[in-house]
Design a protein around this ligand. Structure first.
Ligand code: V55
Ligand code: FE
Length: 530
């Protein structure tokens, strides 16, 4: 037989079909650099270029949606992926990494099934009938630290608690039975002075309902407030805001479709060009229905809160604002996500602006218009968490470099900015062509460091090499670029939100990576003592 008749591996691969449970849709959410990763990983002592500042001691946690199984529907969306939690433990100039999936009910059932049995994003009527009434959380949106546990969050369900040392899933968390809504926001706020947790659930009496449940917990997890009220319409309420005396509820025109449409298998949310963006204010303590006020902004997309604070009796809310639907994959009812007019980027100029709303609790007119604070196209704003809910001066932003020729890669950003909200000035560092940057976490240089003086940590997708970097920037010299680049020998997908937890606050009872066999004797003799 001549050699030409023996197919090589590439030729074989070209004719063999992928098995159905891992054959993903040929859409940008599942192909190329966004192909699902599907693994759990540990890297003890990562490869590091440069020097990780020795005073950094803590762990960066963040969520990455990653569909373990090919979705039941071709039009599945990125935000429906199973929640993988990444942890980067930094100490003594070294970094250890671990990635583990949250053991949600969906994870364990689908692991047994070896395929997807949960259907579309927030549409239980598209599920395998056997799981319709199970917990739908993918725990893929944000991971926060409260009561010495990680809480992995998805706004359609309760949090999942995890062990912060090992990333083992503990289970669904309802604050010892005190939390009574079936839903819990992915963006609760923690008051850095009191340690209180300000949180809420929307669609709190079931799919498509306008009910909102507000909760305030003290730092030990004791419920201080529970207050139920209604939104003017049912829509996505992804982020929120809080100040010393007020809580702000953000209602976006990504409207919940009718129950009939949901039952017919429609996507849960659809952009509604006619609806305003609205802000509901509620007193943080002793709220009463007569204190609730809804302010109205024209139709616009609101993603994430930068910060909120109070001054002279007024509430200020700061965030990037976009006059088009950034969630193009939830188009208006009857429109196609690939051709809808509501999500086309404008031909010129930045897409979002960082703006400020003034919400006056005594106002008689409830129409509001924001003022632009910083002219940068970005999202995922983060302040120094010691200034959350308080007046502040600086924030960090994942942004699109305005001088770069390329579009933000894969819907992500390519630069990181440090912005001064008082005068609109900023500095930024551009990561380069084909490199996707995401939300940062801020690490104070030391406990008493001035506002925004410290380091940023973020996970960066190298679409050029199909690998991953974790970068550390010095906030006093952003333009210099990272002081350390941690290299992971594999590709990760786009990440969502995360938190930095200081080492002194972590239990530290277990190791992040598997240290089995490394006895105390071995440690005593060979241990790396700085
Ligand atoms: C967002 C992300 C979500 C979600 C709803 O960033 C909104 C916005 C990762 O999941 O379910
Ligand atoms: Fe978010």
């Amino acid at each position: 037989m001549s050699e030409t008749h023996i197919p090589d591996l590439r030729a074989v691969e070209a004719v063999l079909e992928l098995q159905p449970e891992t054959k993903y849709p040929e859409t940008p959410f599942f192909t190329g650099p966004e192909a699902p990763c599907r693994f759990e990983a540990e890297v003890y002592n990562c490869v590091v270029r440069g020097e990780i500042p020795k005073q950094i001691d803590g762990t960066y946690y963040r969520c990455m949606p990653d569909q373990l199984w090919s979705p039941m529907y071709e039009d599945d969306v990125f935000i429906n992926g199973d929640g993988a939690i990444d942890a980067v433990r930094i100490k003594d100039g070294h970094a250890d990494f671990k990635q583990k999936f949250v053991r949600t009910e969906r994870f364990v059932i689908e692991r047994a099934a070896r395929k997807s049995v949960f259907g579309k994003y927030r549409n239980r009527y598209t599920d395998d009938i056997r799981v319709r009434h199970k917990i739908h959380s993918t725990a893929n949106t944000h991971v926060i630290y409260f009561e010495k546990q990680l809480l992995a969050l998805k706004e359609d369900s309760l949090p999942y608690a995890m062990n912060p040392d090992s990333l083992k899933t503990i289970g669904v968390y309802d604050f010892h039975g005190q939390y009574t809504s079936p839903t819990f926001t992915a963006h609760p706020k923690i008051d850095p002075h009191t340690g209180e947790l300000i949180t809420m659930g929307y669609e709190a009496k079931g799919d498509m309902t306008t009910d909102i449940a507000y909760f305030l917990f003290n730092k030990d997890g004791k419920k201080l407030e529970e207050f139920w009220f209604n939104a003017p319409y049912s829509g996505m309420m992804h982020d929120m805001g809080a100040t010393d005396h007020w809580v702000i509820f953000v209602l976006t025109p990504l409207a919940a479709v009718s129950m009939d449409l949901l039952k017919q298998g429609h996507k849960h949310f659809a952009w509604d060009k006619e609806k305003p963006l609205m802000f509901g204010i509620v007193p943080r303590r002793n709220p009463r229905l007569e204190d609730v006020k809804w302010f109205e902004n024209k139709n616009a997309f609101y993603g994430h809160t930068g910060n909120a604070f109070e001054k002279d009796g007024c509430i200020y809310l700061d965030a990037p604002l976009t006059y088009q639907n950034k969630f193009w994959f939830f188009p208006p009812v009857g429109e196609d996500m690939h051709t809808t007019e509501t999500a086309k980027p404008p031909q010129t100029g930045p897409v979002s602006h960082y703006v400020r709303w003034k919400l006056d609790p005594n106002a008689t007119t409830l129409k509001v218009e924001p003022v632009e604070m910083v002219d940068l196209d970005g999202e995922m704003p983060k302040v120094d968490s010691r200034y959350d809910t308080k007046p502040y001066k600086y924030f960090f932003l994942a942004m699109h470099n305005p001088t770069a020729k390329e579009e933000p890669v894969g819907g992500s950003y390519n630069a990181i900015a440090k912005c001064n909200v008082d005068d609109g000035t900023y500095e930024y560092w551009y990561a380069g062509t084909g490199i996707a940057v995401h939300e940062v976490a801020f690490i104070p240089r030391h406990q008493d460091a001035p506002e925004a003086d410290g380091y940023l940590v973020s996970i960066v997708n190298r679409r050029d090499t199909l690998l991953t970097n974790i970068i550390i920037l010095d906030t006093l010299d952003m333009e210099k670029g990272p002081v350390a680049v941690i290299e992971l020998p594999f590709r990760l997908r786009n990440g969502i939100h995360g938190s930095w937890v200081d080492g002194k606050d972590l239990p530290g009872a277990e190791d992040l990576c598997d240290m089995h066999g490394v006895t105390d004797e071995i440690k005593a003799e060979f241990g790396n003592k700085p």
